[in-house]
Design a protein around this ligand. Structure first.
Ligand SMILES: Cc1cc2nc3c(=O)[nH]c(=O)nc-3n(C[C@H](O)[C@H](O)[C@H](O)COP(=O)(O)OP(=O)(O)OC[C@H]3O[C@@H](n4cnc5c(N)ncnc54)[C@H](O)[C@@H]3O)c2cc1C
Length: 360
């Protein structure tokens, strides 16, 4: 793998460029290497000024300078990226073949099924996941089927699960999986390049689709509305809370204000740097959309299908323009913002979204 020379920066610069302007995505990547950076729930703070001129924290943050073309090249080789969906090999509708995984999963349980399969086949020996529930997301190192099953379900706040990477390394895990939001996939690809933190142990990245996550204030909102009595939350347009047959629906406008500022500059709603990206289908909530991106992701998914772990069907061609339009518009909005300075993409790509319209 070709090494890239980064200009290292200090933790103080991380504070000035990312944390103070409210651009931290809460991915957790900067936690665990340095005694001066701490997390308080889903907030990150630098507790002491760092005298180092070069900091891993700055280097791996997904909101500091991020050269997408370089990361794409490292991940996919010298192939051109599709501007809207990113590099991909195939796109399917998919679901776990195990009904109990589907029942517990957010939608078709593909993330859980693929994580367990990767563990059982030795592709990974643990995964950084998110346990707890929508009233309290908890980063977790899952190294057994039971632990992975316990992490099912989306928690719509930011879970700083990458903060456990150093713990996983110290515990001796050699092949570490990452299940995360797009910002976490970007950070994980940056981490893979840093041998000082043993980033090469990241062996599989399963990325979630994500149009935005909520700030910690969302927890207060949930409590104040008495919504913590529900077990599951979903955002199929409106915001739905469920427990057994009991259901409560809120208009999305009531929660929109809790979206983290950092998400408004995110250029990557589909986890383009992951090995596999998984999201909803937007209409059939027993299934997922599964995007196969890397050759590693492709062979794992192929083996999972032939072993009866997941089932797939063709992505309906009439749905593609709908997904494409949502992603195109999100990327365009980000490029129009002046504060998305972290984003390094080619002028050609920028132009595709800002002037050509890409025909979408
Ligand atoms: C904040 C957020 C926003 C999302 N927005 C969209 C969207 O706009 N459109 C869309 O199609 N899909 C979105 N998703 C993805 C979707 O909710 C499902 O996670 C995805 O479809 C996988 O479904 P599944 O049935 O395979 O999940 P499961 O099998 O239930 O697995 C879910 C996995 O997600 C992980 N996880 C849960 N919460 C978090 C978190 N906060 N951060 C990191 N990892 C987490 C868990 O570790 C678990 O492994 C979002 C997810 C999150 C967490």
């Amino acid at each position: 793998m070709q090494k890239f020379v980064f200009a290292y920066k200090t933790a103080e610069k991380l504070v000035n460029d990312v944390i103070k302007p409210g651009l931290c995505s809460g991915c957790g990547a900067c936690i665990g290497y340095c005694p001066y950076i701490k997390s308080y729930g889903e907030r990150v703070g630098v507790v002491h000024n760092c005298k180092q001129s070069e900091g891993t924290c700055y280097r791996i943050c997904p909101r500091t300078e991020t050269d997408y073309d370089h990361l794409r090249k490292e991940t996919f080789g010298d192939v051109e990226s599709e501007p809207v969906f990113g590099n991909f090999n195939k796109m399917y509708f998919a679901r776990s073949c195990d009904e109990s995984v589907r029942d517990r999963g957010q939608y078709g349980g593909v993330v859980t099924a693929m994580s367990i399969f990767a563990l059982q086949t030795g592709v990974i020996d643990c995964a950084l996941m998110t346990g707890g529930n929508f009233t309290a997301a908890k980063p977790f190192i899952a190294s057994s089927t039971g632990e992975m099953l316990a992490c099912t379900g989306s928690k719509y706040t930011a879970s700083p699960s990458l903060s456990l990477y150093q713990d996983a390394v110290k515990e001796g895990f050699q092949n570490i999986g990452v299940v995360g939001r797009p910002c976490q996939c970007t950070a994980a690809r940056k981490m893979q390049q840093v041998t000082e933190i043993k980033g090469e142990r990241i062996s599989l990245i399963i990325g979630l689709f994500c149009m935005g996550s909520f700030s910690p204030d969302f927890y207060k909102f949930v409590k104040s509305k008495g919504l913590d009595e529900y077990e599951k939350m979903d955002i199929p347009g409106d915001v739905k809370f469920k427990k057994d047959s009991k259901e409560m629906i809120l208009p999305y406008d009531e929660v929109r204000k809790y979206i983290r500022d950092s998400c408004s500059i995110c250029f990557d709603p589909l986890s383009e740097l992951a090995d596999l990206s998984v999201g909803s289908t937007e209409y059939d909530y027993g299934w997922n959309t599964l995007i196969i991106r890397t050759s590693k992701g492709a062979s794992l998914a192929q083996d999972a299908v032939s072993s009866g772990i997941i089932e797939v069907k063709d992505y309906p061609i009439d749905r593609l323009p709908l997904l494409g339009k949502a992603v195109f518009n999100k990327k365009k909005r980000v490029l129009e913002r002046r504060d998305a300075v972290y984003l390094e993409i080619s002028d050609r790509e920028r132009k595709y979204f800002l002037t050509d319209g890409g025909g979408v």
